[in-house]
Each structure stands twice: as structure tokens, then as C-alpha cells.
Design a protein around this ligand. Structure first.
Ligand code: PMP
Ligand code: GLN
Length: 399
């Protein structure tokens, strides 16, 4: 007979330890306090007109399931784009999977490639869906932090990373351009990581969702293009950031036929397929962007926004780490008197009227203290929003 005195927990163990994501929590707090939301990363301006027009057109004709790997037209355009960006012939049929945003790409890749007990190395600060996806697969995340450098950049200690490797290590997760630091890993850094992965036979999940948001002086290099890395790398990206359509959730995984086959074995049981008309709209958007100058405009637009926010943060004493890519910037509260990043975010949201994200959520318990003075601000906002944020920050933080 069932023991009535202690009812069975509703939540399965694999999710019982999860809280609500830091993005939802701080968006709710921003709304509650009427604060400008520079927390969760989503543009508050319209996508480009040519992208919206493509969606209007494709919505008319396509209402049924797509093939499980994605609409052939999108896969062809993604292969074309890979040829342009990477100089590689990617097979549209056997090497591309269209996913529900990069988030599902991360989940499906890990479900497909990680066995219970396998260890996966994460670089801190990490995107928060990595550890969740790993633990849901029964894998074990191991953590190595990026450390701020003297010149306000970020570096990875390779000896610290090597020390984590055991016979159970199966995968390294890389994110470049990196959320939240904005770091673009250099070729030299990627080569050093590639050498380690080859030596220890590790797979790489390379999250490159900000690949089109790279500023002057920096370059985005996909690790899959380095010698010996194609066979062991899954490259993920998505249309959300590039076309300001985070709600469309069209992402993709590019990988060798063997890795793609594994990913599709998982993907077929998660959503089965991606949203048909929006896949076609993204195909149009990418194809048009190959010739209409959009990618350059986007970079210029975001470089301008980055420069504005960086200048404001400097002015109010939140010493920013200037990002080389992405639409995030980390500020440093060391000169102000806060107990930690949560307290600083709380103060900013409630008393300044500008919400940010406390980056300690992107660190393991062991390394959370490293984020004590950090705040993450998103600058994917229209000029008026950035201007108003500046006014609020100046009013309360300037002494
Ligand atoms: N990876 C990183 C580093 C991200 O910042 C995000 C979302 N902003 C994602 C993955 C998820 O992408 P998507 O919205 O396409 O699921
Ligand atoms: N990736 C976005 C960010 O870093 C948010 C994504 C989400 O809310 N799940 O802010």
C-alpha cells in the first residue's frame, strides 16, 4: 500500500533542483518596479522590414509539418551561408538540422551525445541552459572560469581546464562570441582548445548565436573550421539575434553526418520539426542578407549602441569590460558599496529604475564569488531606451 504520510514528490528528480531562469525572474522584477529592462536579452525594436515581409508571405502558404531535419530551402541557404563564412561545403541534407532556437539545439545535442555519468566542461560565465541540459541527460558539468585580465579583457587558464579532464570527460561547450562577456575567442585560443579536444578525444558544442554581432577589431572564428575539428564539433546558431526575432525560435545545428544523425535521433522526439513558415522566412532573410548589406548595418547599429552604453557605464563608475561581440556588456560595481551582484541588481531595479542581470547565475556555486562585482546589461534596445537608462543611471549613481 502507498505510504500516505509522505506523498510522492510531484517533480521528477532531474528537474526538482531547478529554479525559474534568471531572465524570467528579472524581467518580472523590472515590470513590477517599472524599471527599464536591460536584463533579458531581447530587442525592443522591430525586425527589419524585409524580414517581416518574408514572414507575411510564407505564412500564407505553409501550415503543415516540415521534414524533421528542417525545410530543404532553409537548409540549402544555411549551407550557402556556411560556404561564404567558413569556406566549407556543408551538405544540406546530411549535415544540418533546424531546431527550435539554439536552446533546443543545445538540449537535443546533449541528449544525443552525452551518456549518464559523462562529464562536460563548461566555461564560466556560462549560458544557463547548458548545465540544465547536461544534468537532464544525467551528465556532470565541470566548470572553468574566464578570468578578467589587467586590460579589462577575459582569459581562460588552460592548465585549469586541463586539470578538469578525466577519462569520463566527453565534451567541451564553447560559446563565441560569448554571452555575457562579449569575448570573441581568438584563433590562438581556439587552436589551444582544439589541441586539447583532439588530444583527449572530446566533442565540442560550439554555441555561435552571436556570430553576426562582432565589432570592429574582433573576428568570429568557428572552431569547426580548425584542422581536425569538423568531425568532433556541433556548431549551433539561430536567427533570433541576427534578425531581431527572438520569439521565432528558429535555430540550427551544423555537424558531420554522424553527429547530425545522432542529433536528429533526439530532435525527432523533442519537437519533431521546426515551425514551417518561419523556417522559410528565415531562409529568405538569410539569402537577402547575403547581398543587401544587412549584416554590416547590423554590426554598425550594435557597435553604436555598445559605445553609448559603455560610455554611460564609465561615466557612472560601473567600469565596463568592453565587449567585442554580442549585445551584452558587463559592468563592475567595485567602486560602489554592494554586498554582491544580486544586491546591486536589486538596488538598480528598485531605486534607479534600470534592471540588469546578476551574472553569478552563470557560475557554479564554487565560483559564484567571482561574479560578486559584475552586472550584465543588454544594449539591444532602441536609442530612446538607452537614453532614458542613461538619465536614470546618471541621476542616481553620479556623485
Ligand atoms: N545561447 C546563448 C549564448 C544565448 O545567449 C541564447 C539566447 N539569448 C541562446 C543560446 C538561445 O538561443 P535561442 O533564443 O535561439 O533559443
Ligand atoms: N539569451 C537571452 C539572454 O541571455 C535570454 C534568453 C531567455 O530568456 N531564455 O538574456
Amino acid at each position: 500500500m502507498a505510504d500516505q504520510s509522505s506523498p510522492r514528490p510531484i517533480k521528477a528528480e532531474r528537474i526538482a533542483g531547478f529554479g525559474t531562469t534568471v531572465f524570467s525572474v528579472w524581467t518580472r522584477l523590472a515590470q513590477q518596479h517599472n524599471a527599464i529592462n536591460l536584463g533579458q536579452g531581447f530587442p525592443n525594436f522591430d525586425p527589419p522590414a524585409f524580414v517581416m515581409e518574408a514572414a507575411r508571405q510564407t505564412l500564407e502558404g505553409y501550415q503543415q509539418y516540415a521534414p524533421l531535419g528542417g525545410m530543404p530551402r532553409l537548409r540549402q541557404v544555411l549551407a550557402q551561408q556556411a560556404k561564404k563564412d567558413w569556406g566549407r561545403d556543408v551538405n544540406a541534407n546530411t549535415e544540418i538540422t533546424v531546431t527550435i532556437g539554439a536552446t533546443e539545439g543545445i538540449y537535443a545535442t546533449i541528449q544525443a551525445l552525452i551518456n549518464p555519468g559523462d562529464e562536460v566542461i563548461l566555461i564560466e560565465p556560462f549560458y544557463d541552459s547548458y548545465p540544465a541540459s547536461i544534468t537532464m541527460a544525467g551528465g556532470v558539468p565541470r566548470y572553468v572560469p574566464l578570468r578578467p585580465t589587467e586590460d579589462k579583457g577575459w582569459s581562460l587558464d588552460l592548465d585549469e581546464l586541463r586539470a578538469l579532464i578525466t577519462p569520463k570527460t566527453r565534451m567541451l561547450v564553447l560559446n563565441t562570441p560569448h554571452n555575457p562577456t562579449g569575448k570573441c575567442f581568438t584563433r590562438q585560443e581556439l587552436q589551444a582548445l582544439a589541441d586539447i579536444c583532439i588530444e583527449h578525444d572530446l566533442l565540442v558544442l560550439s554555441d555561435e548565436v552571436y556570430d553576426k554581432l562582432v565589432f570592429e577589431g574582433a573576428t568570429h572564428i568557428p572552431i569547426a573550421t580548425l584542422d581536425g575539428m569538423w568531425e568532433r564539433t556541433v556548431t549551433l546558431s539561430s536567427a533570433g539575434k541576427t534578425f531581431s526575432v527572438t520569439g521565432w525560435k528558429i535555430g540550427w545545428a551544423i555537424a558531420s553526418p554522424a553527429l547530425t544523425d545522432a542529433i536528429q535521433m533526439a530532435h525527432q522526439w523533442i519537437p519533431f520539426c521546426g515551425i514551417t513558415p518561419l523556417q522559410l522566412a528565415v531562409a529568405e532573410a538569410i539569402e537577402a542578407s547575403q547581398t543587401n548589406g544587412y549584416y554590416d548595418e547590423l554590426r554598425q547599429l550594435y557597435q553604436g549602441k555598445r559605445d553609448q552604453l559603455v560610455a554611460i557605464l564609465r561615466e557612472v563608475g560601473l567600469d565596463p569590460y568592453v565587449p567585442e561581440g554580442t549585445y551584452f556588456v558587463i559592468g563592475n560595481t567595485e567602486k560602489l558599496d554592494f554586498d554582491n551582484d544580486e544586491a546591486a541588481c536589486q538596488y538598480l531595479t528598485e531605486h534607479v529604475g534600470v534592471a540588469a542581470i546578476p551574472p553569478s547565475h552563470f557560475y557554479s556555486d564554487e565560483h559564484k564569488h567571482l561574479a560578486k562585482h559584475f552586472l550584465r546589461f543588454a544594449f539591444c534596445k532602441d536609442d530612446e531606451t538607452i537614453k532614458q537608462s542613461a538619465e536614470r543611471l546618471r541621476a542616481k549613481l553620479t556623485t
